[in-house]
Write a protein that binds this ligand. Structure first.
Ligand code: CP
Ligand code: NVA
Length: 303
């Protein structure tokens, strides 16, 4: 049976830390000029119903970097746009390709594709989760700061797909996490409750950004309005203003704290230009690591 990657809660600690270790190894290999051919002869299908720069290009580069090939489809170019059932799409695509990377709106879409697909389905962002991104974020944290289990991670902003995946990562891998979100924009209570059930370190939600970053080794920012929430943008700008990651908030974290942003960033909204371009921000190394972790994911699931 195919192993799918739909959310980080579907995996064990050993599995996730193994993927990160493999991402770090593949990165070192790539930097050392070593060529990989693990996925020679394999084809990856990618179906994206939302825009993407990093995730699309890093998955494509990862697949080519492992010797494989890619077929990219924007959702509107497929019969999905004309309501072909997902279960038919999944069974047909699985006859042509060895794995499917999907970016869409509902988590139920990737779940339905996975139910009917005999090849692995990988979630490249839904409204509910962004698991591959958070794996590359943890890889970046480990690379910069050492064992993540010993660190305190802060999330400042929306309780969105990224926040949900961070909560699952914190519970499965075992690091301490505080999320500061405006009232009414906290993360999904079911995801939080399930995560707390298995967590070995505290996962805390507050409405106070200063409380979240106090003693933080890592400060995370993300957009205030995610893809699909464009019409809420103006209202959110007002509500989220106190949650901006700026120099004065960052000064309340540990002096050697690093700042993560999965990008794209809206400068002077969720993060100031000063912080994004400043010495503590590792967003561009984080973006690079997407390609290395995607290699690890593809090698593990498609081999
Ligand atoms: N971080 C991220 O997923 O970026 P893209 O939307 O450009 O893929
Ligand atoms: N939360 C953001 C992440 C973008 C990579 C969104 O869903 O738009």
């Amino acid at each position: 049976m195919a192993t799918h990657l739909l959310s980080l809660a579907d995996f064990s600690r050993e599995h996730l830390t193994g993927l990160i270790a493999s991402g770090l190894r593949l990165k070192a290999d790539t930097k050392g000029g070593k060529r990989h051919t693990e996925l020679a002869g394999k084809i990856l299908g990618m179906i994206f119903e939302k825009p993407s720069t990093r995730t699309r290009v890093s998955f494509e580069a990862a697949m080519y970097g492992l010797g494989g090939q890619v077929i990219y489809l924007s959702g509107r170019d497929t019969q999905l746009a004309r309501n072909e059932p997902l279960k038919d799409m999944a069974r047909v695509m699985a006859r042509y390709v060895n794995g499917l990377v999907v970016r869409t709106y509902g988590q139920e879409v990737v779940e339905e594709l996975a139910r009917y697909s005999s090849v692995p389905v990988i979630n490249a962002l839904t409204d509910r989760h962004h698991p591959c991104q958070v794996l590359s974020d943890i890889m970046t944290i480990i690379e910069k700061k050492g064992p993540v289990e010993e660190l305190h991670v802060a999330w400042v902003g929306d309780g969105n797909n990224m926040a949900n995946s961070f909560i699952q990562a914190a519970s499965v891998i075992g690091f301490s996490l505080t999320l500061a979100c405006p009232a009414g924009y906290e993360p999904d209570p079911e995801i939080l409750a399930a995560a707390r059930n298995i967590a070995r370190r505290p996962i805390t939600v507050t409405n106070d950004p200063a409380e979240a970053v106090a003693q933080a080794d890592v400060v995370n920012a993300d957009v205030w309005a995610s893809m699909g929430q464009e019409e809420e943008q103006t209202a959110r700008l007002r509500v989220f203003r106190p949650f901006q990651v700026n120099a004065s908030l960052l000064a309340q974290a540990k002096p050697d704290a690093i700042v993560l942003h999965c990008l794209p960033a809206h400068r002077e909204e969720e993060i100031t230009n000063e912080v994004l371009e400043g010495p503590q921000c590792v967003a561009f190394d984080q973006a690079e690591n997407k390609m290395h972790i995607h290699k690890a994911i593809l090698a593990a699931l498609l081999s």
